[in-house]
Ligand binder design. Structure first.
Ligand code: GSH
Length: 276
């Protein structure tokens, strides 16, 4: 592991690290915010999964999350959104390939060689983070858009591994909208039955644990009707009896201005569960 950046921030440090990922078969970067409380002992970790076109930089430079993480004593970990490097296959368009890993394990060539973001986020990265930083075993997960889908799916697929989950403007039903259908068709193949295990609305129906979901969605989001469709998650949660707090925020769009406006609420939500 190599430290790429280190900045004093709200009494703690914002760092960027690079490492060779065995799961993804390439060099990867991630952001880690260490709050001032790490000087006193181990802290819980909140993982953040970013959306299409993002790297590890977008969240750490735009969301303003460090202020709240410093208040609550949470470590923040923000990975990249896909495998990277010259060896890694890419596609035309911002919604497939690099910057668009969709947090699934690809089964189809040529994607299956590197695109295994689920296992990277759930297995390899937490093991690395726990080995290098003063963490407790308490983990939460959140994210935005493609990363909101990632956070919901990762939490629902891995009961017991995360104590809290939330999402901003998530793609709640990727099997039913263009972004998800394009990515899943490439990464998972044409048998749409296999897609269902990567769709939050499908997973809610059969979830073994009923971890409450907190979701914020801007009503002026340019992707609301075509790609996001939060009413599908509301219907799935109602049918399954799964706890959901869905907050529709008038006037807010899909950008990090929206995330910055409500990230304090989300970090407080995670801190309540992670510091129990
Ligand atoms: N309008 C964007 C669509 C992608 C987009 O809105 N990405 C969101 C996540 S789905 C984002 O976080 N972008 C980076 C940023 O705002 O910093 C484009 O065409 O590149």
């Amino acid at each position: 592991m190599q430290k790429i950046e280190s900045h004093a921030c709200f009494g703690g440090r914002q760092e960027v690290w690079q490492h060779l990922s065995g799961v993804l078969g390439c060099e990867m970067r991630f952001g880690v915010y260490l709050p001032p409380q790490v000087a006193l002992g181990p802290c819980p970790v909140l993982y953040w999964l970013s959306g299409l076109t993002c790297s590890e930089q977008n969240f750490i430079t735009k969301a303003g999350a460090q202020r709240y993480a410093a208040e609550h004593g949470l470590i923040l970990v923000a990975p990249d959104t896909s495998p990277r490097g010259e060896d890694v296959v890419d596609a035309d368009g911002y919604d497939l390939g690099k910057g668009a890993g969709f947090y699934v394990n690809a089964t189809e060539a040529p994607w299956s060689r590197h695109y295994r973001m689920h296992d990277y986020v759930v297995e390899e990265l937490p093991a690395l983070v726990d080995a290098h930083f003063p963490t407790t075993t308490a983990r939460g997960i959140s994210g935005h858009s493609m990363g909101g889908h990632g956070a919901l799916v990762v939490a629902l697929r891995n009961p017991g591994r995360y104590r809290s989950v939330s999402a901003f403007s998530p793609i709640v039903a990727p099997t039913r909208v263009p972004w998800g259908q394009k990515a899943f068709g490439a990464y998972l193949g044409l048998d749409t039955e296999t897609w269902r295990e990567w769709d939050a609305c499908e997973l809610v129906a059969g979830a073994k644990a009923r971890l409450p979901l907190l979701v914020d969605q801007g009503e002026a989001d340019e992707f609301l009707d075509r790609e996001l469709q939060p009413s599908r998650l509301q219907a799935a949660c109602e049918a399954a009896g799964h706890p959901l707090e869905l907050r529709l925020q008038p006037g807010y769009d899909h950008s990090y201005y929206f995330i910055a406006s409500f990230i304090g609420d989300h970090i407080a939500h995670h801190a309540r569960a992670l510091k129990e």
